[in-house]
Write a protein that binds this ligand. Structure first.
Ligand SMILES: Cc1cc2nc3c(=O)[nH]c(=O)nc-3n(C[C@H](O)[C@H](O)[C@H](O)COP(=O)(O)OP(=O)(O)OC[C@H]3O[C@@H](n4cnc5c(N)ncnc54)[C@H](O)[C@@H]3O)c2cc1C
Length: 459
């Protein structure tokens, strides 16, 4: 252990390993310091197991509808999700080994932009240190997370729910709370979701909040908005919670109220809003020290982390990376929600005037095969170009690449209308929206158009 490297990366999550791989493939000597498992929160306790569970229960919903059968224990589904997470982690370990990244096990203490201490050894970095230290579950005082009955995402995915659980309190109506409430309700638990603000998915377009509420109600989740939870603790075999001022009992509580960036203690490191302050290359205020991923600012998402990771090492190697497009936000469920680029209001502010076209997607053939009638696709258009896509339909997460491409490149609506979309596929929704904007979608009886900016009309 110890020695000289070109690049030392601290943290093996999505903000760390992609940069390590790119640097190693470029011929640099790279060390990646990781105290737990490579893949970070995403692979072990976040994106991967949560999406494996969502998939398992989305499929179960379809099976039940088609064949009318119930069943399927939650323990089995969680074991499946852990299995998928395990495969992803071993795949990453083998990738790192094959490209020549040296994985150093232990907690890294960032000393400067050139030095990292791990145990008794010091790693020297010729080009720079990338801090991809990520984030950890956060809860306010009064939330006694013991990962027995009061769980955060790590306890939930590693231990599961205690035997005999019937009722679950989910605290937090962000994407983690919404996704896991849908899964737990479909698995047969009695779920209560409590959110302090007046709507679910508070950072996203209002249409998503309304849809999430409908989906949760349909699955039997009791949603309580504008309600504060002040205390949650295990009491014997149950959980006691003070919800909206009164005491209530549940079998389990799942806390999904927020995450805290793991900012290293380095002299001169500037922090803004709790995150390490970085420029577009990931450079911090400390010479040689770069940061990427959750530690470097919102949105705290794995794909944003991966992009920043690669950009940071490219900058260390002296390559100036090109501009980055907007970061898509995706919420997974029986109906996926995708949001990328400007909302109508934002676009009107930036371009002076903007329009939005919204089409319902329930009539599209591919969507009917999912047995789901809700859904919409919205394009935000400024100066004839797509600058935002906000859509919710089954499988929309798979259309998020196309949505990002449209919003990143600012594709003219006429050109989108000229792109042939395979039928039947759910991404036809984006084409229908473009057609509707230009005068009439094929499978849409009536869409909705709004304009903001120089004048405001609704039809
Ligand atoms: C339940 C849940 C579901 C999610 N689902 C999605 C999703 O579907 N899509 C999405 O894009 N994002 C999702 N996220 C967010 C995503 O997990 C994070 O944005 C992503 O993991 C951030 O990557 P990161 O590398 O910055 O940090 P992390 O994944 O937190 O990785 C940091 C790593 O660094 C290690 N580390 C930290 N400090 C040190 C040190 N000093 N020494 C050694 N090792 C250290 C940690 O052990 C960890 O492995 C989800 C999060 C949660 C909680």
């Amino acid at each position: 252990l110890g020695g000289e490297y070109d690049v030392v990366v601290v943290g093996g999550g999505p903000g760390g390993y992609p940069g390590a791989v790119v640097a190693a493939k470029s011929g640099l000597r790279v060390a990646l310091v990781e105290e737990a498992r490579v893949g970070g929160e995403c692979a072990s306790f976040g994106c991967v197991p949560s999406k494996a569970l969502v998939k398992a229960y989305s499929a179960l919903g379809l099976v039940r509808r088609v064949w009318g059968s119930g069943g399927g224990g939650f323990g089995g589904a969680l074991a499946f999700a852990r299995g998928v997470a395990g495969e992803v982690v071993s795949g990453l370990e083998s990738l790192l080994e094959r490209v020549g990244v040296e994985v150093v096990r232990g907690r890294g203490v960032v000393l400067s932009g050139r030095r990292v201490r791990v145990g008794g050894s010091t790693l020297e970095a010729r080009l720079g240190v990338l801090c991809a230290c990520g984030s950890e579950p956060w809860a306010p005082r009064g939330f006694r997370v013991d990962n027995v009955r009061v769980l955060d995402n790590r306890g939930f995915f590693s231990r599961g729910l205690p035997e005999g659980t019937e009722s679950v309190l989910v605290v937090g109506g962000g994407f983690v709370g919404v996704e896991l409430s849908l899964v737990l309700a479909r698995a047969g638990f009695r779920v209560t979701l409590v959110e302090a603000l007046g709507r679910l998915l508070p950072g996203m377009d209002r249409d998503f909040s309304l849809l999430a509420r409908r989906l949760l109600a349909r699955e039997g989740v009791s949603v309580r908005l504008s309600t504060r939870v002040d205390l949650v603790e295990s009491r014997g075999e149950r959980v006691y919670a003070v919800v909206g001022g009164s005491g209530e009992y549940y079998d389990v509580a799942l806390v999904a109220v927020g995450r805290k960036p793991r900012v290293p203690a380095v002299d001169g490191l500037e922090v803004e809003g709790g995150f390490v302050r970085v420029d577009s290359c990931g450079r911090t205020s400390v010479a040689g020290l770069y940061a990427a991923g959750d530690v470097a600012g919102p949105p705290m998402l794995a794909h944003k982390a991966m992009h920043e990771s690669v950009r940071a090492v490219e900058c260390m190697m002296g390559r100036e990376p090109g501009p980055r497009g907007p970061v898509p936000v995706v919420v997974y469920g029986p109906i996926d929600m995708v949001s990328v680029g400007y909302t109508l209001e934002e676009a009107a502010r930036v371009y002076g005037a903007a329009e939005e076209v919204r089409v319902p997607t329930g009539g599209l053939a591919a969507q009917r095969a999912h047995g789901v009638v809700d859904g919409f696709a919205k394009l935000v258009v400024a100066r004839g170009r797509v600058v935002g896509v906000h859509a919710a339909f089954p499988g929309a997460s798979e259309a998020s690449g196309e949505a990002s491409l449209l919003a990143s490149l600012g594709v003219p609506v006429e050109e989108l209308a000229g792109v042939v979309h395979a039928h039947p596929t759910v991404s036809e929704a984006l084409w229908e929206a473009a057609m509707e904007y230009l005068g009439g979608g094929v499978h849409v009886v009536r869409g909705r158009r709004q304009r903001r900016g120089s004048s405001t009309t609704t039809s």
